[in-house]
Design a protein around this ligand. Structure first.
Ligand SMILES: Cc1cc2nc3c(=O)[nH]c(=O)nc-3n(C[C@H](O)[C@H](O)[C@H](O)COP(=O)(O)O)c2cc1C
Length: 328
């Protein structure tokens, strides 16, 4: 099956089936401390923040999604327009299909839609073992004038999908060499199973300065892959991995405590502005969402904007009303 057909299948499954992990994201174990006397004006209460040297409206990131070339174009168009209008950053889905088809130039449209916001380029880390080197990574970044490059780590997904790229050996020394003088920050990102503290330490030693934990509690790629057509493995075999991984809140808490200098992005099952406030108080610089934006992105930029505006409102309210966070 071609990569674009596989991506198209993924989108169909994410739209039509329940692909949410039955694990929670872990934020329900924490409570914001309510402040009934905020001594501030809600109308002028600031929630903007800096991200990759830009001032953005709120600590919210559109997380990576890809859709196979035809639908990717429309999804990216709507996401980029909404991100630009709201002054929020936008992470692209894997650019591999575009590289393989020699169509990286098509992605210039992103910068026409979103000339001023931070855009993050994206490719699977494992591709460093399958012909991708520093030059290809630079091309991927240049194609969208990206402010950062995401290297996503998806070992479970690659194992479960037919003909996945499963050789993850020796990636850290390659990443270390690339990090040494790469022109933009590199973000190590999972896709819904999270990073342990041990893995975060290995990344820090390799020179990685940004981690998007993409923890468990949101989209389960094991569920997506179990439902995908043409699987070699039966659902009975893969079912035990549907709830695999480390919940997002646990990743953020453990990594921030041990590695306070690491820039953290919280994602994986984040679904409202209260969770965004919690993640930020626990050490995340910004929070990302993918699945809740998929359906709106197929409809219009207005539909994407509405979801993001509701999140901004919820975050602003939660930030206005809370002074701290405690474990329940
Ligand atoms: C349709 C779809 C496509 C995705 N494609 C990518 C991708 O190409 N690269 C990547 O790093 N993550 C990809 N992801 C993973 C998300 O960026 C995110 O880490 C994960 O879905 C957890 O966040 P969520 O619970 O908010 O969906 C994709 C997610 C979805 C729903």
């Amino acid at each position: 099956m071609s990569i674009s057909l596989r991506k198209k299948n993924h989108i169909d499954i994410c739209l039509e089936s329940d692909v949410q992990s039955s694990l929670t994201n872990g934020f329900e174990q924490f409570r914001l401390i309510h402040n009934a006397c905020p001594e501030k004006d809600f109308e002028t209460f600031p929630i903007s923040t800096t991200f990759l040297n830009h001032t953005i409206s709120a600590p919210i990131l559109i997380s990576s999604m890809t859709g196979g070339t035809e639908r990717a174009e429309m999804i990216n168009h709507h996401l980029a327009l909404a991100a630009e209008e709201l002054n929020l950053p936008f992470a692209l889905g894997s650019q591999r299909v575009f590289v393989d088809k020699g169509k990286l130039d098509d992605l210039q449209a992103i910068r026409r839609d979103a000339p001023t916001i931070p855009v993050l380029a994206n490719i699977g880390a494992v591709q460093l073992n399958f012909g991708y080197g520093k030059d290809s990574l630079l091309q991927i970044v240049d194609s969208v004038e990206a402010e950062a490059l995401i290297l996503h780590f998806n070992p479970l997904q690659e194992i479960l999908q037919p003909n996945g790229d499963t050789n993850f050996a020796g990636l850290l020394p390659k990443i270390e060499a690339i990090c040494r003088n790469f022109p933009v920050p590199i973000v190590a990102k999972e896709v819904g199973n999270g990073f342990s503290l041990e893995t975060a330490r290995q990344f820090a030693e390799a020179g990685i300065e940004w981690i998007d934990v993409a923890g468990a509690g949101g989209t389960s790629w094991a569920k997506v892959e179990s439902l995908a057509a043409g699987q070699q493995l039966s659902g009975d075999v893969t079912a035990v991995f549907e709830d695999w991984g480390i919940p997002t809140a646990d990743c953020i808490a453990s990594i921030h405590q041990a590695l306070p200098e690491m820039n953290l992005i919280a994602s994986g099952g984040i679904r409202n502005g209260v969770e965004i406030r919690k993640a930020c108080l626990m050490g995340a610089k910004i929070c990302g969402l993918a699945l809740p934006l998929l359906k709106p992105a197929l409809k219009s930029s207005q539909a994407v904007k509405e979801v993001l505006e509701n999140l901004i409102f919820q975050y602003r309210t939660a930030a206005f009303l809370s002074t701290g966070i405690e474990k329940i």
